[in-house]
Design a protein around this ligand. Sequence first.
Ligand SMILES: Nc1nc2c(ncn2[C@@H]2O[C@H](COP(=O)(O)OP(=O)(O)OP(=O)(O)O)[C@@H](O)[C@H]2O)c(=O)[nH]1
Ligand SMILES: [Mg+2]
Length: 436
Amino acid sequence: MRVKTFEAASMQEALDTIKKEMGEEAFILSTKTKKKAGGFGLREETLIEVTAATDDAAPPAKAAGAEELKVAAPLTYGLRPALESGPARAAASQPARPAAQAAHPAPPPPPMDLQPIRRELLEIKGAVAALKDQETKNTAILRELDELKGMMGRLQKQGMPPSQLALPPAMLSLYGDLVSNDLEPMLALRLCEFAQRSLMEQEGHDDADVIDPEKARLFLRRVIADYIPVASPIQLEPGKTQVAVLVGPTGVGKTTTLAKLAAYAQLHLKQKVALVTLDTYRLAAVDQLQEYARILQVPLHVALTVEDLRSAMRFYQDRSLVLVDTPGHSPKDETMLAQLRTFLDELPNCETHLVLSATTKPRDLAEIAQRYEALKPTRMIFTKLDETSTYGPLLGTLVRVKRPLSYLATGQEVPEALEMATSRRVADLILPGGVQ
Ligand SMILES: Nc1nc2c(ncn2[C@@H]2O[C@H](COP(=O)(O)OP(=O)(O)OP(=O)(O)O)[C@@H](O)[C@H]2O)c(=O)[nH]1
Ligand SMILES: [Mg+2]
């Protein structure tokens, strides 16, 4: 076999040279394009490098009108295996067609009808575009399904079968927010249904699906605010002694809140304040209040008996405000509750604030509130708002206990971490987000 490499400016030129030098039987082994610097290296020329081979046995001469150079079909540029053998190779080395036949070539085939191919191409293009479209749609659907699944998961966790939720999308999303803020599902559902009905009535239509989510949020927040009863702060009247008692379970912040109230009345309102404690079970409790009394420069009376309490009240008749601290104990301890009740009976006109912590589990809150009914609380205080991030239980308890909310405690700092309760503030905590 003879192998030779040719360089030419074009493929045609290379093929012509190969035909001339190696004969009709030559076949192409490889082709390459090469860049070559032109004169003064200013312009690059492109060259075609073709490597061709021919069987030494094959006749080198070129017959006039011989058929075109055999290029291994279907590989246009000589990728035909160099050592091809068998029938294919045999066919390749067949003698050239008779010269007569070559002299009268067959008429060119009729032009190919490209119309069906074009049509097919268009169909394929259409199908690809549709597939792409579908893919985008699928991604969006999958994302929505994911969100829905998350929401359903949250709802199911709260024990509300999804089948019961016939809320339109805007309200369903608000329902999800309320429930994830630990509001009881039944209460959340009722609030949403009520808000939905009222909003549609107000807007004068009956298509729940067109409710604007942002409007619905604002509306629902107003509905919630309407559900929150608030009490005015402790009322101080000139010439009258107001008595406020703080009751509640252990460690909820009764003594701290009492100190905050005392500090506010004494330092800010410039009122005459006195403290009384019924918490004589723990020495540390008396010490704690004693320390606040010392700092605020207000008198403190420790009442061991009902008689003690009675005489303390007589003694403090000139004071605008007497704040009474009580021992914390388990709400299940009914004996203790009954004892405390006998003390409170001595204070018929007092405000009794039930102090609860926002960090208490919702179910426990309900039980505590129910047990403290024995002390006939007239107000409620929620403490430790700073220690939780779910405020739904506040509303649940307020709805259940039906006592107005007087104060909210938001930290340990005395006296600054105490706020007067407002419906708006609590509603914002229960349904935050959106334009305020
Ligand atoms: N983070 C936070 N801590 C508070 C708040 N109110 C009170 N505390 C803290 O809670 C702890 C208990 O507070 P106390 O005021 O002693 O509670 P108490 O209800 O009087 O407790 P007992 O007398 O034992 O029943 C203290 O460490 C307080 O500083 C509050 O609003 N937020
Ligand atoms: Mg205490």
